[in-house]
Design a protein around this ligand. Structure first.
Ligand SMILES: Cc1ncc(COP(=O)(O)O)c(C=O)c1O
Length: 486
């Protein structure tokens, strides 16, 4: 059966051109869907009362332009590309020509602004993507129970934009016991993840052109949002002990730091540097945003309390996220804000989204209060430890001559620096690994200044130990194939 599609000629100019216009608009408006067969030339000619040669000529032209594809003996079909152009058209105009804000231009210029970072290797057998959640059936069923319990008691009015009081109380209790941070519920703002904390900080604390300091290398999500809001982003050198305070610029509006586990190098900032950092902030009236994204998972050595625990001048804004401790789809996190900032951030949050989802906040509050959350953390730490050991052992066995591993005893990833080769060799290695079913991620995109050595970010949370072992074997093979293994 031929598709029934309404084709009307507009009567302007040659018949053949009229038919091309009519068919293009049917494709662009999705009346003719991708893969649909267009009517046989004889049938369409008869229906429209035009010669069959006119129809054939129009079909040939549309094939040449890529709107149709022909299959010998089977007729002509709508090409996929033709329908993808459709969303770009709005009443005959190209929507890309619409006037956009500076913010939108900068967001578009990021190019990957709408894609989830690291998803390029999702299709591979072994994806060493940093940030993949730890799959955990026990957590899935516990969470299902919490959500259904919360749904039975659901409140239907707008929530408190600052966050449910019950959840803020639980966060304070947790921070005091596990991160050495003393906070009052009045200073907690519940947010939809770290990314919202950065966005709110941009609105509340920055003017266009203000300087924002990032560790170099750093978390790309931070760089993207601050530069999109028009900040001047400056990188500060990081060495094996983390951020180098002596390299800080004299003046900046704020600095984003990861003292518990420098992202991505893994360094733990020593106490002396923490103190220097705080002194710098006090002297220059700068804000310090402490991103404690995975400080919870430490597998050896004594955990250092959060930087916030040393902050007696109210310069540190602490951010915690449930993306690593639970799962990133939850989109929940929190800020601990100094007294001087809480009202402004609460107001910005209210304007932005009227508060985070109440049902999930209530479920989380109960999960924390009942002890389920910390039980889950203990289990997750055990699984991560096994995955991490499998990776370290695999690297030792298959790649020791080629990479130097930074063992930071924490988190969900390792950093491996290549002992030989340059950044191009590292990209070549990643491309070769891709062909062999192994997803590798280079460090260079996480930096403003090209890092002095090529390196890789090896995430281990998303694969069970046996897969990590196999992935490391494959990694060794790829290093050998590309001439990077001694
Ligand atoms: C350094 C760092 N901060 C924060 C996050 C979490 O971001 P969010 O809470 O927006 O999911 C991540 C996740 O990958 C991260 O790597």
């Amino acid at each position: 059966m031929e598709p029934i599609v309404y084709i009307q000629l507009d009567g302007l100019g040659p018949r053949y051109a009229q038919l091309i216009r009519a068919l293009k608009s049917a494709i662009l408006e999705s009346r003719l869907a991708a893969g649909a067969r267009v009517p046989a030339s004889r049938a369409l000619a008869a229906e429209l009362g035009i010669s069959r040669n006119t129809v054939i000529a129009a079909y040939d032209q549309l094939q040449a332009e890529g709107f149709l594809v022909g299959r010998v003996g089977a007729g002509s079909f709508v090409a996929e590309i033709g329908t993808r152009i459709a969303p770009l058209r709005e009443s005959g105009e190209n929507a890309l020509a619409a006037p956009l804000s500076q913010f939108a231009h900068r967001a578009l210029a990021l190019n990957d602004g709408t894609r989830i970072p690291g998803h390029q290797h999702r299709d591979l057998r072994y994806n060493l993507q940093y940030g993949l959640p730890l799959t955990n059936p026990a957590l899935a069923s516990a969470w299902r129970r919490e959500i259904s319990r919360a749904a039975e008691r659901a409140e239907f009015d707008y929530p408190d934009a600052q966050g449910l009081a019950a959840l803020r109380e639980q966060i304070c209790d947790y921070l005091a016991r596990r991160r050495g941070v003393t906070a009052r519920a009045a200073n907690i703002l519940v947010i939809s993840g770290t990314q919202q904390a950065f966005a709110l900080a941009s609105r509340v604390l920055l003017e266009v052109g203000d300087t924002v300091v990032l560790e170099d290398p750093h978390y790309r999500g931070a760089r993207q949002i601050f530069s999109t809001y028009g900040a001047r982003v400056r990188g500060v050198r990081v060495d094996q002990e983390g951020l180098v305070p002596a390299a800080l610029p004299a003046r900046a509006r704020l600095a984003v730091v990861t003292p518990s586990h420098q992202f991505p190098t893994g360094a733990l900032l020593p106490l002396a540097r923490r103190v220097e950092l705080l002194e710098w902030a006090v002297a220059g009236k700068a804000w310090l945003i402490e991103d404690d994204y995975d400080g919870e998972f430490r597998f050896g050595g004594r955990p250092l309390a959060a930087l916030k625990s040393l902050d007696h001048d109210g310069r540190v804004i602490y951010i915690g996220s449930y993306s690593k401790t639970l799962f990133p789809a939850l989109r929940l996190g929190y800020m601990v804000l100094p007294d001087s900032l809480i009202d402004a951030f609460r107001a910005a949050k209210w304007l932005e989204d009227r508060g985070s989802n109440t049902l999930e906040q209530a479920a989380l509050a109960h999960f924390m209060a009942s002890g389920g959350f910390e039980r889950h953390l203990r289990r997750a730490a055990q699984s991560l430890r096994a995955r991490r050991s499998a990776m370290i052992e695999g690297l030792r066995k298959h790649a020791a001559d080629a990479v130097e591993v930074v063992d930071s005893n924490a988190g969900m990833h390792l950093t491996a620096w290549l002992k030989s080769g340059n950044h191009a060799d590292c990209e070549r290695l990643a491309a070769h690994a891709r062909m062999r079913g192994l997803g590798l991620y280079t460090i260079a995109p996480y930096s403003l200044q090209s890092p002095s050595r090529p390196g890789l970010l090896l995430g281990y949370a998303g694969l069970p130990p046996a897969d990590i072992e196999a992935a490391m074997k494959q990694f060794g093979r790829c290093l050998r194939d590309t001439g990077l293994l001694g």
